[in-house]
Design a protein around this ligand. Structure first.
Ligand code: FES
Length: 321
């Protein structure tokens, strides 16, 4: 399980007309653990909600920076941060976890929509520092919605940022086929934003012959299950370390069954979007239902299962606990 950290809200300020930047410093005055672009933290809000937010800005400073968009359909986290959280308040957070790391590349294209700018702004800073050429396309509804505008707008030596506003006819739908270049081996694409946006990126990329291994994305939203989604058949979960085994009924998750039997499970989002509960699988066929792993990871020889939501196609799943 990720180490828990106690932090203080050191500052909050507007980013565009819809988002708030929040700076966090260690409560004990010590340096916070290091992180790399693409990392996120779990923020445990005093209202009982846990939310995942990407770290942004420059790695290696004394503080962590997150940026939170105001969601009209907030499940509570965004509303709490915008309306209740104040500088000076203490929060518990997880140490950073990175499921969206930068890979070695000759050139990088960053495609951000809305608040999806947060991990990609950190990536742009890292690419600039390492001398890797990049282009950041940042799609917003209106220019006034954009966060980190002065930071991303100019002064790059190795890259460029172009802000596209839908209200000016520059929607992702209109732009993506020209903004996404033809595929080649040394070029990688990173995308973050609403699920529909990232699905569109993958569609356009597939049409241009991109290999899935060169397109990287991250979403902090659960994919809605189909209305008639079946939770699945009963199967057995077995612990590789002890051989203990328990049935997982259709109305319970693997995590629930393990917890009921006294097995510690590192849970956070409980929606398959954060990666906290990913556990190696030694035997069995996983019915993957998380959105945190890529299609390649879900079909790789060495697989992990999200204990909070995934199930099994085989009668038994042997896991690395
Ligand atoms: S707890 Fe977040 S993916 Fe399972």
């Amino acid at each position: 399980m990720s180490e828990m950290l106690s932090v203080i809200v050191d500052g909050m300020w507007r980013q565009g007309d819809k988002s708030l930047a929040v700076r966090l410093v260690a409560d004990n005055g010590e340096t916070l653990p290091g992180w790399q672009p693409g990392a996120h933290i779990d923020v445990h809000l005093p209202c009982g909600i846990i939310r995942q937010y990407s770290l942004t800005g420059t790695c290696g400073g004394e503080s962590y920076l997150i940026c939170v968009g105001r969601e009209t359909a907030s499940r509570g986290g965004s509303r709490y941060i915008h309306e209740t959280l104040r500088p000076g308040q203490k929060l518990a957070i997880s140490s950073p976890r990175n499921l969206f790391p930068l890979h070695q590349a000759d050139r990088v294209v960053l495609l951000a929509a809305g608040i999806g700018i947060t991990p990609l702004y950190a990536m742009a800073l890292q690419l600039e520092a390492s001398g890797t050429p990049f282009t950041l396309h940042y799609y917003v509804k209106k220019r006034e919605n954009a966060a980190f505008v002065p930071e991303v707008s100019g002064g790059w030596r190795n890259g460029e940022c172009i802000i596209h506003a839908s209200c000016e006819g520059e929607s992702p739908r209109a732009r993506l086929s020209q903004d996404l270049p033809a595929a080649h081996d040394g070029l990688h694409v990173y995308t973050c934003g609403p699920l529909e946006f990232m699905a569109k990126v993958r569609d356009v990329a597939a049409g241009k012959g991109w290999a899935a291994t060169h397109i990287h994305s991250e979403a902090f939203q659960p994919v809605a299950p189909a209305a008639n989604a079946d939770t699945g058949d009963v199967f057995t979960v077995t612990l590789a370390s002890t051989g203990e085994r328990w049935p997982v009924p259709a109305d319970k998750t693997i995590a629930q069954v393990l917890l009921e039997n006294g097995v510690a499970v590192p849970l956070s989002c409980e929606m398959g979007i954060c990666g906290a509960c990913l556990t190696p699988v030694f035997d069995g066929v996983v019915d993957h239902r998380d959105t945190v792993q890529s299609a390649e990871e879900k079909s790789a020889r060495d697989q992990q299962v999200a204990l909070c939501c995934s199930r099994s196609h085989s009668g038994e799943l042997v896991i690395g606990l």
